[in-house]
Ligand binder design. Structure first.
Ligand code: NDP
Ligand code: OXD
Length: 309
């Protein structure tokens, strides 16, 4: 029996060690060096080569190395009956909430403009934007969205949330489903995307959606790059539907050097770091799920394949 770590261009030495520290009896292998493919019973994947999972006939379960699982659901070589888990840890939620709060504060204090001014030594002040004038809408109120929304309420923001099912969260006005999407958007200036990437949410951040925000809106995309129709972001700036964006995720990662987003002053770019799973915490969940899979138990943070998240 072996546990296989699979990713393109990733150094797994510390994760492998952290797994072994928890349980030295687990045989941890790192793709592509696999002793015998029949021995692989559990795989942990991030940015894995397409269809690679089909090579392992005795897989009992797979885990994402992150909170999102779209890369696993997209892999047609993974048989339908194989359970998929994702990695959720408390510090992921804290990191995500900190990231979003910082992005909103940077917007309100014009930090991006001051970075630009510093390049040419310009000393020019702008009035801070008040919290009252920054109503926030969080799309997706799951593990990440809920903690973001809760922190923003604590910080005194007016917060709206949109999810598939209505939620009862203190201080958050909840909207649900496509019928209530437009009403939700009409309340919001600062839009935070924390949806999972599914057939229904792919490309949801488009010109038509930006048009419905309070003008000009601001986008924080921490979900997935494919939620955003990239060229529509540029149109949305040109039409003054949006005045800026903070992007952590991209259709293609790493974002190519020649991508037009790099040269846009309105766009803050971070390299998919809003919430990074700490190695020790990842190892804890992976080992637990490995043991569960080996004994036929339900996995922690198991994904509903029908829903796609
Ligand atoms: P969850 O699965 O816990 O929550 C998903 C939320 O989205 C739920 O509230 C769900 O509604 C809602 N939702 C799903 N589909 C729809 C839809 N069609 N219409 C309306 N609402 C919908 O996910 P997490 O909060 O854990 O993570 C969300 C995503 O954030 C991940 O999939 C990943 O892509 C991204 N992420 C990014 C990170 C980064 O570093 N940038 C780090 C971690 C996550 P309901 O509750 O009603 O079912
Ligand atoms: C993700 C993650 O899913 O980093 O994006 O956990």
């Amino acid at each position: 029996m072996s546990l296989l770590l699979i990713a393109k261009n990733r150094d797994f030495s510390s994760l492998k060690q952290a797994i072994l520290d928890r349980d030295p009896n687990i045989d941890v292998e790192v793709w592509p060096r696999v002793s015998k493919k029949e021995r692989v019973n559990f795989a942990v994947c991030w940015n894995h080569p397409d269809k690679v999972l089909g090579n392992y006939p005795n897989l009992r379960a797979v885990s994402s190395l992150g909170a999102g699982v779209n890369h696993l659901l997209d892999d047609e070589s993974l048989a339908d009956e194989i359970p998929i888990a994702r990695l959720i840890t408390e510090s992921l939620q804290t990191q995500m909430s900190d990231y979003v709060l910082n992005a909103i504060t940077n917007y309100r204090l014009h930090i991006n403009r001051y970075f630009e001014q510093k390049k040419t030594g310009i000393w020019k002040q702008f009035n801070n934007i008040s919290k009252a004038n920054t109503p926030v809408g969080v799309m997706g109120l799951g593990e990440m969205g809920l903690s973001v929304a809760t922190l923003l309420v604590e910080q005194g923001y007016k917060v709206f949330g949109w999810s598939r099912n209505k939620k009862d969260i203190d201080g958050v006005e909840s909207f649900a489903g496509n019928d209530e999407l437009n009403t939700f958007l009409g309340e919001v200036k600062m839009l935070v995307n924390l949806l999972p990437l599914t057939d229904e949410t792919d490309g949801i951040l488009d010109l038509n959606l930006f048009k419905k925000l309070k003008k000009p809106g601001y986008l924080i995309n921490v979900g997935r790059g494919s939620h955003l129709v990239e060229e529509d972001l540029i149109y949305a700036f040109d039409m003054n539907y949006l005045e800026g964006a903070c992007l952590d995720v991209f259709e293609e990662e790493p974002l190519p050097n020649n991508h037009t987003f790099w040269n846009r002053k309105q766009i803050m770019i971070t390299p998919h770091i809003a919430a990074i799973t700490p190695t020790e915490e990842a190892a804890k969940v992976i080992v637990e799920n490995y043991k569960r899979a080996m004994s036929g138990m339900e996995l922690m943070y198991e994904v509903d394949r029908e829903k796609g998240y």
